[in-house]
Design a protein around this ligand. Structure first.
Ligand SMILES: Cc1cc2nc3c(=O)[nH]c(=O)nc-3n(C[C@H](O)[C@H](O)[C@H](O)COP(=O)(O)OP(=O)(O)OC[C@H]3O[C@@H](n4cnc5c(N)ncnc54)[C@H](O)[C@@H]3O)c2cc1C
Length: 386
């Protein structure tokens, strides 16, 4: 039987970052990824500050975005220059491979295989892994397991932990050429709001170098296809099917789940849950890559200290208030198109724009945008009668 200090399940942003931090500090680390060629459906957007903070080379960036455009349900638009940082669009296959490469360089062992279940949990945990190359089942004993296996976490299921609530997305990659100017070239990232095509979510266009990621989301999986169709009709005057014909890079649109954060899952004994496996996606913006990487880092630090409880403390100190605020905004905002209309128009105010962009793009602790943004939203919610 193989033995290691830390076993990481999943080689996305959370798992690869945890592996890098652990291996860097000399902890013996094995990372198991089900499919090293897997490309997660994802817009791939993250603030430039996230790359800097985690020392990720800019070579993973396909496009730097300097403007975003938010469009209200009634079609009122606000275009915002991003100051104090950029939005970097990455390609997920490239980003994940880079992060795993960095972990490997630090000394982590990366292996292709699938976590099947636990044979034993306790002080020493025995995980069953099916190797990809020959389907052989092997057992790995470890002091700690870091679950970084995404929204459908098999590690959580193996511990009978109920899956958190989730939203549903549908997205596709479209070549630029036939799309209007604003989606290609120097295009802005676009966020379109309105229940007609996005419920509890927004529809988006994220331009990258060779393509644009386009998609929408909902709390009802059954209506995804028709929502995407309604969005492309609204945005391009064209049904999705016609738009995709000849322009889709990845063939069909792909549906995928997105966790709804509830802040409950950090660790079960010596099994630590990170990224999407723990539901750590920022409400409203649905930004998950940065938070997955940071949760991987914090889980790794807890393992280095030999105390899983440290993970929750680190995470809460850094992110809890931010997630709570955004979670409250989400439950208030997505109640009605009327409220979203008001929220979008508020962002015409340069002061609010500046605060919102600082909150989104600058991740350092002690961000001074936080308190004024909370106060503005408190007064807005009051005026909305909640
Ligand atoms: C359509 C869409 C668009 C998005 N756009 C953005 C965006 O623009 N910016 C942003 O910040 N976030 C975005 N997100 C969210 C972001 O993709 C996730 O939050 C992020 O990928 C979470 O990283 P992770 O490492 O926790 O999980 P994942 O990236 O899901 O990685 C999990 C890994 O575990 C592996 N795995 C799963 N099961 C097993 C198993 N049993 N054994 C071994 N390995 C296993 C998988 O193959 C995968 O590689 C988007 C999400 C969706 C669905």
């Amino acid at each position: 039987m193989l033995r290691t200090n830390a076993l990481i399940i999943g080689g996305g942003p959370a798992g690869a970052t945890a592996a890098r931090f652990l291996a860097d500090s000399g902890v013996e680390t094995v990372l198991i990824e089900r499919d090293l060629s897997y490309v997660k459906p994802c817009g791939g957007g993250m603030p430039s500050s996230a790359l800097d903070e985690l020392h990720i080379p800019r070579s993973v960036v396909k496009k730097e975005i300097e403007r975003i455009r938010i469009v209200s349900p009634k079609g009122n638009e606000v275009e915002i220059e991003l100051t104090g940082g950029h939005l970097c669009i990455t390609e997920r296959g490239v980003l994940d491979a880079q992060l795993r490469g960095m972990a490997q360089e630090s000394g982590a062992s990366i292996q292709e295989g699938e976590f099947i279940g636990f044979e034993q949990t306790g002080r020493s945990t025995v995980s069953i892994i099916r190797k990809k190359e020959n389907n052989e089942e092997i057992k790995i004993t470890s002091d700690y397991v870091i679950a970084a296996d995404g929204i459908t976490s098999r590690v959580a299921s193996a511990l009978n932990y109920p899956r958190p609530a989730c939203l549903f997305t549908i997205s596709a990659k479209l070549k630029h050429a036939p799309l209007p100017e604003s989606t290609g070239g120097n295009g802005a990232c676009e966020f379109w709001f309105g229940k007609e095509h996005a419920s509890h979510f927004y529809s988006w266009i994220f331009p990258s170098r060779e393509y644009s990621s386009i998609g929408t989301g909902s709390c009802n999986a059954k209506e995804l296809g028709s929502l995407l169709d309604r969005f492309t009709r609204r945005r391009f005057n064209t049904p999705f099917k016609d738009l995709a014909e000849g322009h889709a890079l990845s063939g069909k649109a792909r549906a995928f789940k997105m966790p709804e954060w509830n802040g409950k899952l950090f660790n079960i004994a010596n099994v630590l849950f990170t990224g999407d496996a723990a539901g750590m996606v920022m409400p409203v913006t649905y930004e998950g890559i940065y938070y997955a990487m940071k949760s991987g880092e914090f889980a790794a630090r807890a393992v280095m200290e030999g105390n899983p409880e440290v993970y929750k403390k680190l995470w809460k100190n850094r992110f809890y208030k931010r997630f709570l605020l955004m979670s409250r905004i989400r439950s208030r905002l997505f109640k009605s198109d009327r409220d979203i209309e008001k929220w979008v128009s508020l962002h015409r105010n340069p002061e609010i724009q500046e605060l919102a962009m600082r909150l989104w793009l600058q991740k350092k602790p002690g961000n001074s945008a936080f308190v004024p943004y909370i106060n503005i939203f408190k007064s807005i919610f009051k005026s909305m009668g909640s």
